[in-house]
Design a protein around this ligand. Structure first.
Ligand code: ADP
Ligand code: MG
Length: 464
């Protein structure tokens, strides 16, 4: 889609940026979104890009815009702005409105963060927030209502209510979304408050760098003068002793000063094995709120909301199909919907069930593969320390019967197999036996929180 025979100014840089984007976002996102972008040129510090449709332009600006701008800026510090416009191709009558070009604005300095002496505001410490990750865009259902309410409370109240707020849950269940939502809310309510949001990896990296530059004093000061410190994915702090130690001290100092801390992890504090006892019990000392695996209803709700946002009609049958098939995490669910939407926009075809099955074949296959019955049986057997063969044996002793029921329950919830199919995989049992197992496990989970946690742990393990 390059214009004419000449190469646009900045083409080599753009080629390098594309290589980076491909690495960062993966082949399929690259093929759908980055590849169709063409470079028109650079003028007065503004890079002009164009894409074939308005939909693509909006998508690229919201999802990749900031990253593209940042990469341009690294390639060429003179670049201040990047704009994406809809290319008017010969023949095809593209509606051309005066505002077809949408600029990607540089990230505005976060109002709450005082710039450190030599750095641009926020560039060193606080990571950029995704503007889409707001409370309004978060779909609330049974599995996440508690975490949502806790996050909202922390964001809205002027006094420190729970400290720390510790959010945990499996991959793609909305931890990062909720953290950004808290930050957005605080920054808009009380712009003078200093909010730092960063990944645990970044925290470690900054700390290690400060150590190397023998500048830990200003590092500490920086953190100890924030009002709200949010650290995402603290499971990555595991292992590094000095960093843990530093984190622990920073943490204590902030809590003592009545500052709010919000943390997330993929496990509960008690399950963060590599974190030292002292830090672990400190992490658990506030409010621990978990995001449970999604239910069918929640997934459907999320799909409804996202389909609305995308503005593409997705028939209820297709939504149900997706909600049923892509149960593991919301990110994948979104990815599937996006792919369907992009396809329908680019090809101009309706989204049908058949189209969905075809377009998502790879995703659905991967999903089915991941959740094979054998794998469920194997994991459960390992967990309860029974033999794999007991999954299909006739033994009825509680010590093997219960784990077997758990495995059936998980097979029912995590795969799309029918009850008779599940029964067959468990030594040719009847579908009523499976049904009974499912009910039984539900009952026990309600009555016994420890057992419920076991089941949930297994669910998470199998889904990740
Ligand atoms: P995590 O940090 O737990 O791995 P994220 O917060 O990154 O997960 O969520 C993955 C994606 O799913 C994000 O795009 C997020 O907006 C979306 N998402 C997760 N839960 C919800 C929800 N309840 N409502 C709307 N979007 C959600
Ligand atoms: Mg996350």
């Amino acid at each position: 889609m390059k214009r004419g025979d000449f190469e646009a100014v900045g083409q080599p840089e753009w080629d390098r940026i594309k290589v980076r984007l491909r690495k960062e976002f993966g082949d399929s996102a690259f093929a759908s979104w980055v590849k169709p972008i063409s470079l028109d040129g650079i003028e007065n510090g503004e890079v002009a890009l164009s894409v074939p449709t308005r939909f693509m332009r909006d998508w690229i600006v919201t999802h990749y815009g900031e990253r593209i701008r940042a990469l341009w800026n690294t390639e060429n510090p003179a670049v201040r702005r990047v704009s994406v416009k809809v290319a008017v191709t010969g023949g095809a009558a593209q509606a051309r409105s005066p505002e077809t070009a949408r600029p990607i604005m540089p990230t505005p300095p976060s109002p709450g963060v005082r710039p450190p002496p030599t750095e641009a505001p926020g560039s060193e410490f606080s990571a950029p927030l995704d503007p889409r990750y707001t409370f309004e865009n978060f779909v609330v259902g049974k599995p996440n209502e508690f975490a949502y309410a806790a996050a909202k409370r922390v964001a809205e109240s002027d006094v420190v209510s729970f400290n720390p707020l510790f959010l945990y849950g499996g991959v793609g269940l909305g931890k990062t979304h909720l953290m950004h939502a808290i930050a957005h809310e605080i920054r808009s309510r009380r712009p003078q408050r200093r909010v730092i949001y960063m990944s645990a990896e970044k925290f470690m990296y900054s700390f290690v760098r400060a150590l190397r530059n023998q500048d830990t004093v200003s590092f500490k000061e920086h953190f100890r003068s924030v009002d709200v410190l949010m650290i995402d994915d603290v499971q990555f702090i595991s292992g590094k002793d000095s960093t843990q130690e530093e984190f622990f001290h920073t943490f204590n100092a902030l809590v003592d000063q009545g500052r709010q801390i919000v943390l997330s992890a993929d496990k509960s504090p008690s399950n963060l094995e590599e974190i030292g006892d002292r830090l672990r019990s400190r992490l658990a000392s506030g409010l621990v709120a978990d995001l449970h695996p999604t239910t069918f209803e929640l997934r459907l709700g999320i799909l409804d909301a996202k389909a609305d946002q995308l503005g593409v009609p997705v028939p209820p049958k297709v939504r149900e199909f997706l909600a049923h098939k892509i149960a593991s995490n919301v990110r994948e669910l979104e990815g599937a919907l996006t792919r369907l939407a992009a396809h329908s926009q680019l090809i101009g075809a309706d989204i049908t069930l058949e189209a969905a099955q075809g377009l998502l074949a790879d995703l659905l296959r991967a999903h089915d593969r991941r959740l094979s019955m054998e794998e469920i049986q194997k994991r459960v057997a390992e967990h309860f320390k029974i033999r794999m063969s007991d999954m299909s044996s006739a033994r009825r002793a509680r010590a093997v019967a219960r784990p077997r029921q758990v495995a059936m329950y998980l097979a029912k919830h995590l795969t799309s197999r029918s009850l008779p199919e599940i029964g067959r995989a468990f030594g040719g049992r009847d579908h009523t036996t499976v049904m009974h197992a499912v009910r039984k496990i539900e009952e026990i989970c309600k009555a016994d929180p420890v057992f419920a946690e076991d089941v949930e742990l297994l669910t998470r393990m199998l889904e990740s």
